[in-house]
Design a protein around this ligand. Structure first.
Ligand SMILES: Cc1ncc(COP(=O)(O)O)c(C=O)c1O
Length: 422
């Protein structure tokens, strides 16, 4: 399978990830990926191609925008950018009425923090164990995964980390039936010892994506939002992964009717063209001086036209509903595996964002290290590109996946688990 692109990457890529499968993807159409050998796989491991790969309407919108004007002119606006801002304000909760664009989620998170600091005049940020909010120095300071923070020297002062509500591995060893969201109440205790009394904001994901697709129980985010409001703490919801239909709602906040002070969106927003945004309430946006939130490529017409096309496609093809419906099917199938295979410890998810966690022992929940990774490598020759994060299998297909394709995908995974446990 090795070919020239693989060798060139090995030689020049500053972030080359050695894997046992030297795969070079040459083409993506719908949910199907084709590699350099002509081998085709169903893409089950994507968080960007929400409308599928190279959707014809998206391609057309990109062609048109590129032929018209690619470069956004600094502080001037352009029609695509203006329309996209309007669409985002219409789609998001009523308290959010101002939009800012950037080219990546990490940048957007940085701006959200800057807004919160400016408005409150405070500097501390509360974030969560297992959370990943980006890759810039500010964002990694907030990240709740040690491996994403270590060995960069001192990070942003004033970042405070607290346990997330991941009930399968509850940090307090409590049960959801009786805990009454102890982890939210415990935040006060953390602040009592960790804070200088200067907390500006908290940032949280509706589910922790990079951390292992960790879904909190229903009601947790509502409690967290109230906790923040009662203490005048800016509530930032990081939907960079979960936005645009991934969880079976346009935005995951709709599951609990949340109204964050700042909503961060990105990833699948441009269907592969880089764009991310924050939607905030006026007082937050006004806390920064005009012109302060600039950025070279943010809000360029090509990226905005792509995002508009993605939003139209999601609506016209009922892809958010499809995400919910096919997601329910896949979740039910994965829950069957829990009955069938002792090493399936936890199955969780919403919409087309599902995690299967493999454990050595159900009682101790000790991770079956590498199992999902090996499983994903074994699925590839059978026509399935799925992401194995160590012991957690992440199922995140484009939202256009059909029930038949989902069935085929789940059959392949099931058959491969059987082979591996035999
Ligand atoms: C929840 C969340 N926020 C922010 C980011 C950073 O986004 P980007 O990779 O576009 O900088 C990520 C990236 O994985 C993410 O999952």
């Amino acid at each position: 399978m090795t070919n020239e692109s693989w060798e060139l990457s090995k030689k020049y890529d500053a972030d080359f990830i050695p894997t046992s499968l030297p795969i070079v993807i040459e083409r993506g159409q719908g949910v199907i990926l084709t590699d350099s050998t002509g081998h085709q796989t169903i893409d089950l491991g994507d968080i960007i191609a929400n409308v599928g790969h190279s959707h014809p309407r998206l391609v057309q919108a990109i062609h048109q925008a590129a032929a018209n004007m690619i470069v956004g002119k600094g502080s001037w606006t352009n029609p695509e950018r203006a329309r996209l801002m309007q669409r985002l304000v219409e789609l998001t909760p009523a308290n959010l009425d101002k939009v800012f664009f950037a080219t990546s989620g990490s940048e957007i998170v940085e701006w959200a923090i800057r807004m919160a600091r400016r408005l409150t005049g405070k500097h501390e940020i509360l974030s969560f164990w297992g959370g990943v909010y980006g890759r810039t120095l500010g964002a990694i300071s907030m990240n709740g995964l040690q491996k994403r923070r270590r060995k960069y020297g001192p990070l942003l002062p004033g970042t405070i980390h607290a346990p997330y509500a991941h009930c399968y591995h509850c940090a307090f060893d409590k049960k959801i039936e009786s805990c009454n969201f102890y982890c939210v109440d415990y935040l006060d205790r953390i602040l009592e010892f960790e804070s200088t009394g200067d907390l500006a904001c908290l940032i949280v994901e509706p589910y922790e994506g990079v951390g292992g697709l960790l879904f909190p129980p229903p009601g947790y985010l509502t409690r967290l939002q109230s906790w923040a409001r009662e203490r005048n703490v800016i509530f930032i919801l990081d939907e960079i992964q979960s936005s645009f239909g991934r969880t079976g709602k346009m935005f995951a906040l709709e599951w609990e009717n949340l109204s964050p002070d700042i909503l961060c969106v990105g990833k699948g927003m441009g269907g592969g063209v880089s764009i991310a945004a924050l939607v905030a309430s006026t007082p937050l946006a006004d806390a920064l001086a005009p012109g302060e939130m600039s950025g070279g490529n943010g809000g360029n017409p090509l990226a905005c036209a792509s995002a508009l096309a993605v939003i139209d496609i999601l609506r016209d093809e009922n892809l958010v509903e499809n995400s919910y419906r096919v997601g329910e099917y896949m979740l039910a199938r994965a829950r069957e595996w829990q009955k069938q295979f002792a090493l399936v410890g936890d199955v969780r998810g919403r919409g087309l964002c599902i995690a299967v966690e493999f454990v050595k022992d159900r009682a101790t929940k000790e991770p079956a290290r590498g199992f999902a990774h090996t499983l994903s490598e074994r699925c590839y020759p059978k026509g399935l590109a799925v992401h194995g994060m160590d012991h957690i299998l992440a199922l995140r297909p484009p939202l256009i996946i059909t029930a038949d394709q989902a069935t085929r995908a789940m059959d392949v995974i099931e058959e491969t688990i059987k082979e591996m446990v035999a």
